[in-house]
Write a new protein. Structure first.
Length: 330
């Protein structure tokens, strides 16, 4: 067994221990991640990890564990979002988890005749647990962005899309589709607006697009492709007015695709952020306080759509206190 395999042995042991702590529901306690991160860092100073290195005085806490320490480790691996404020420091459960993982590492079978770069192994384990934090914590939280009602609503929508893009699963398309759906519900309260999961293609419904209002077919996409242009051509042949709603950064590309088939004047391509923002502000008659309430209703309506339609509730947007103050508890 060479050094690479020795290092991989520790990683395999860490993965096995971590998955063993997962609940039947698939969830996992954040203290498992905290324990994994802090003990992985201790490994750089040598194996075995002794009680003296693991515990603080009196064995009441894990030595060196704090919210600041965990944040530092995450930041060194490129993650700056707030994880746990205490890092599990005050939880008795973290002590037992850290001891259990320490025992796993101490008991991992490696080739004693081959050297192990403990700093490298420690860093590899840290990277693994950082990934766990991202997948099992950050990606399971509601989308958290600063919803600044003093900005144009289009800018707030852009902030939401950017927040979604930061997640490893990149749910920007789903988020945009339901923001459009929420906006249409608010604008046309007496019209039945489509309520399909974001991964349901419009070809599987009796509508001409992701949403249909009157004879207008709305197509929502974060990545315009030739297939969508062909769908718009079909809309025109069937007597419908196709509208492509895409992020502002993709508008030029979509218009070029329409121009390539001689349909640049037949297919409307609009920036989704502006489409949503302008309409919310129009509904509010461009009054600041009413725009604030309109934005709150957009967020609440969006979250209601996610709650009713999508399996993945982490697509919801975290509602700030000012939204709850306006609309009440959700």
């Amino acid at each position: 067994m060479d050094e690479f395999n020795n290092t991989e042995a520790y990683l395999a042991a860490a993965k096995s221990w971590y998955e063993g702590e997962r609940a039947k529901s698939g969830s996992i306690n954040t203290n498992v991640m905290n324990a994994g991160l802090i003990v992985s860092r201790m490994m750089a100073d040598g194996i075995p990890i002794t009680d003296e290195r693991l515990y603080s005085e009196g064995k009441s806490q894990v030595r060196g564990l704090s919210g600041a320490t965990i944040s530092k480790i995450l930041e060194q691996h490129g993650k700056t979002r707030l994880f746990t404020r205490e890092g599990g420091r005050t939880s008795r459960g973290t002590i037992f988890l850290a001891a259990a993982f320490r025992d796993v590492l101490n008991g991992t079978q490696v080739n004693k005749n081959e050297s192990v770069d403990l700093a490298k192994a420690s860093n590899l384990l840290e990277s693994f647990f950082v990934k766990c934090v991202r997948l099992d914590y950050f990606d399971k939280q509601r989308i958290a962005v600063e919803l600044d009602y003093r900005k144009p609503v289009s800018s707030v929508v852009s902030d939401i899309l950017n927040g979604a893009a930061e997640r490893s699963d990149k749910p920007t398309g789903a988020v945009l589709q339901h923001l459009i759906g929420a906006k249409l519900q608010l604008r046309f309260p007496n019209v039945e607006i489509g309520s399909d999961r974001a991964n349901t293609a419009d070809l599987h419904t009796d509508r001409e697009g992701d949403f249909q209002v009157g004879t207008t077919a709305f197509h929502v996409t974060t990545s315009p492709m030739e297939k969508l242009i062909s769908r718009c051509v079909e809309n025109k042949r069937a007597g419908y007015r196709p509208v492509i709603l895409t992020p502002e950064s993709r508008v030029i590309a979509a218009r070029q695709m329409a121009d390539n088939v001689g349909m640049s004047e037949q297919i409307s391509v609009q920036a989704a952020e502006t489409f949503i923002g302008n309409n919310i502000e129009e509904i509010a008659i461009y009054d600041g306080d009413k725009i604030r309430e309109g934005l709150a209703r957009l967020i609440r309506t969006y979250n209601s759509r996610i709650g009713a339609i999508e399996i993945d509730k982490s697509l919801m947007i975290d509602e700030p206190r000012w939204v709850v103050n306006i609309l009440g508890g959700n």
